[in-house]
Structure formats: structure tokens, C-alpha cells
Design a protein around this ligand. Sequence first.
Ligand SMILES: [Zn+2]
Length: 253
Amino acid sequence: MADYTIAEFGELPSKGKIYKENINPVVHLRTMTTEEEMRRLSPTDYPYKVLCSIIDDCLVEPIGISSYDMCLGDYQYLLHRLRVVTYGSEYPSSSFCPVCGRINKVILNLDELKILPFDEQEIEDILNLELPVKGSKIKLRFTTPRDLDEITKEEKEFQEANPDNEVNINYLLQLKHSIDTVDGRRLDKIKLDVFLRQLAMKDTNAIYQNMIKINEKVGIDTHIQNVCTNPKCGARYATTFRITNEFFGPTIN
Ligand SMILES: [Zn+2]
């Protein structure tokens, strides 16, 4: 690699413990180049695949798994590290004060965003649940960037095949992608479809709630505490981190 790029070290929030593969959780990431930016800007139906291939290429040493197959928290962490090593940690952001309506501008320091503590037992408890009505034992899996691309693709295909469809197919697709096994067995797509469609809503909701929970357990803590800069207000309020054009392609003052 050319010597004008720099590289930084970091450790995956999951510490590599959630993967079947034996992986090295210590990542060594170099800066993006124009080549990678051109790829990032190219039109695609698979936006996560493109970003993940850039992340993978910027990993100075391979870690044993593609970021496309990592949990969303690890992927998001790598995306943040890639941004910091390439452009630095200053991130101009703005938030809306819910009390007085002022738009508060702030420079966030991406290095100060905290990594969620990794608790293996807690994660196991969320991944494994027993359905309250049917009693089936469900094992969930972490959502990956690949899942997100596939859900978008499958939703589009379903809509093209069923132009009159008015139900929210995305909900079902998210659930399908979140299930690893049912009573210890891996169901094929069709069986899983039938299983989920016929499930009592109390059971489906249990799966859905745990799916949301598990994907928020690993990664960067994206909660941001704000103080309104309006001297007559000064309200404290919480927002969540958002990726804007300032993330890749920050304006320079
Ligand atoms: Zn305010």
C-alpha cells in the first residue's frame, strides 16, 4: 500500500465472539483513496455490499470474515473507524431542540462515541426465546449488512411479482432473516414463510422485539445528549447519531 495512507487499530465491539468463524477481533484499517470513493459513489442496488467491499479492502490484514457478514454493530463500528482514519474524528452535526425549536449545530467527536459493553450471557438470553403461545424454541441470529441488501431485493421482487400487493412484506422479510432455527431445525424459506404467517401475533411480536433488541446490543452507543444553545432555553434532550453527507465527504472550513 502507498505510504501516504495511514492506518489505525481498533477492536470489534463483538470481540469476534458471536461468529462461527475463528476471527481476529483486532482490526487494522487504512485510509480510503479516490479509487474507493469512486466505488462508493457508483449507483448500485446493493449499497451495503459496496460499502462492505470498501471496508474489506481497507483492512490492512484480513480478519477471517467479510464485513458483509458481520453483525450490524461491528459493521457500523468499522464504518466509523474508516471515517475517522480517512477524515478525522470531527463530525459536524445538527439537532432540533424539542422545547424551543432551535436547530443546534455541534461538532461531534466520533472518537468519543462509546462502545456498548459486550455481555455474552445477556446476548445468549436474547437470541434464544420460547414463544409464549406456541411454545416453540426460537434461535435468532444477528442481522448483517447482507441481510439488509437481500431484504430490499426480496421486497422489490415480491412487489414486481404481486403488483397489487398492499401489505407490508418488509415486516415478514425482517422476521425471516432474523431466525436461525425453530426447535433446533433450520427451516427452508417456504416453510419459514408458512410458519411465520400462521403464528399468533403475540409470538410474532416476541420474535420481533428480541430481533430489535439483539441488534442494539452490540456496537456503538448512538445515543447523544444535547444541550440547547438558546440562552433562553438551555433544554437537555436526547437524539440518536445520524449519518449525513458530512460522514464521507466532510465540508472543509
Ligand atoms: Zn431549546
